[in-house]
Structures are given as structure tokens and as C-alpha cells.
Design a protein around this ligand. Structure first.
Ligand SMILES: [Zn+2]
Length: 129
């Protein structure tokens, strides 16, 4: 029975996109690809029955934070390799590269932001099984 298992670590449950309540049931119906079904979620957790789709569960705010954070963190590798200077166009090249990277990461960010939203709002075993 699920109640008897040891508590799964939060970080592995979060990164493997498991239910925040039981950390066993999967949140999404399938993997990232194909992109058409990227964000299809189970309405209720297959393991504990937690309702996971809510009107407000979009995680758009968290996705925005992840996107801005990625653009800022791209400076850490771009600046030492290519250099940034306000006297030439290097800032525009950086913004172009950074934007492309951020767009390519969106399928995972959209999923991760929804999972993070669930983990912010639902604690471990906060709902009865
Ligand atoms: Zn669950």
C-alpha cells in the first residue's frame, strides 16, 4: 500500500513530474513529445486521486520567471566565450541566441512550471488518499 512506502525525495519526484501529494502517480499522461500532447495532464492522480487540473493551474507566472531567469543565466556562459560590449552589436547577438535557447526550452518549461505550481500549492500528503 502507498501509505507504507518511505517518503520519496521531493526533488526527484518534482523532476520526474510525479504528483505532489503522493509523489508516486504521474502528473502528465505522456512524455514531452509529440508537442501536441505535451501538456495533457491526468485530471486526477492515478495513485492517490488528487485533483490536478484546476482552472488556475496554468503556471504562467512561474513560466515567465523561468524564461527571464534563463535569459539572465545565459550571460554566465555567453559573456566569457563571446564577450559582451555596449559599443558594438554583441548585446543583440546575445539576445538573439538567448531568445532561441529559451524558445527551444519552452516544451520543458511549460511542463515544469505546471509541476512547480502544483508543488507550491499542494504539500506532501496534505490531502487524504
Ligand atoms: Zn498522487
Amino acid at each position: 500500500m502507498a501509505q507504507d512506502r518511505a517518503k520519496p525525495p521531493m526533488i526527484t519526484a518534482l523532476l520526474s513530474m510525479k504528483c505532489p501529494n503522493c509523489r508516486v502517480g504521474k502528473i502528465f499522461i505522456q512524455g514531452t513529445f509529440p508537442l501536441k500532447d505535451n501538456l495533457k495532464m491526468h485530471e486526477y492522480c492515478p495513485n492517490c486521486g488528487l485533483k490536478m487540473t484546476k482552472e488556475t493551474n496554468n503556471g504562467f507566472g512561474i513560466n515567465y520567471v523561468l524564461t527571464v531567469l534563463t535569459i539572465i543565466l545565459n550571460i554566465l556562459w555567453y559573456w566569457p566565450i563571446f564577450g559582451l560590449n555596449y559599443e558594438d552589436n554583441s548585446i543583440y547577438y546575445f539576445l538573439t541566441v538567448s531568445t532561441i535557447i529559451t524558445i527551444l526550452l519552452q516544451p520543458w518549461y511549460l511542463r515544469l512550471s505546471r509541476v512547480l505550481f502544483l508543488y507550491f500549492t499542494v504539500g506532501y500528503r496534505s490531502k487524504p488518499f
